[in-house]
Write a protein that binds this ligand. Structure first.
Ligand SMILES: [Fe+2]
Length: 178
């Protein structure tokens, strides 16, 4: 039987209960790639007929993690940002996402210097992980869709984004997705 969302959720709960740290999340990342290999799941959640927008597929009341479907229609390039005290896993469902990971080399609460650390493309079936405090930016074309797993509801925690031109650090507001 194909690996489905219910199994992924059960495995995520088990992994994070066993080890809520980076190694447990890495298991979640690998399992998300198994889920994305399920063509029926991808078609159902991220296919052409899926209504555009952000859909919460699951929220764990006990551990707090969320599984989100980002049904994007329009291309978008995000500024570098973190995920606050949480972590995030991005699993590509359709098209691709170009990822840049950044290192903070200096600054304070209001300004920061960032240095590009890594650049790669997430193709369908691939998942990337951004552990606590990691800074990344994303760039995807029209109709690129992905499944994202976050350690908690990111709308409820403090997060920052960075203006590359000025170095300014800005608090992110809820629903500033990704
Ligand atoms: Fe992000």
């Amino acid at each position: 039987m194909a690996y489905d969302l219910d199994q992924f959720i059960a495995d995520t709960r088990a992994s994070l209960k066993r080890d809520p740290g980076p190694a447990g999340r890495e298991t979640v990342r690998a399992n998300l790639e198994r889920l994305l290999a399920n063509k029926d799941f991808v078609a159902r959640t991220c296919g052409d007929d899926a209504p555009a927008g952000l859909k919460v597929l699951y929220e764990d009341k006990d551990l707090g993690f969320q599984v989100l479907a980002h049904i994007n229609d329009k291309a978008r390039k995000s500024p570098p940002h973190d995920h606050g005290d949480s972590w995030a896993i991005y699993g590509q469902a359709t098209k691709y996402t170009d990822m840049i990971e950044w290192e903070r080399t200096g600054g304070d609460n209001k300004h920061a210097q960032l240095k590009e650390a890594k650049r790669y493309r997430l193709d369908p079936g691939h998942a990337g992980i951004y552990q606590d405090g990691k800074i990344h930016s994303i760039d995807y074309p029209d109709r690129a869709r992905f499944i994202r797993v976050t350690g908690t509801n990111l709308d409820k925690i403090q997060r920052v984004r960075f203006d590359l031109a000025t170095g300014e650090v800005h608090q992110m507001t809820p629903q500033q997705a990704t």
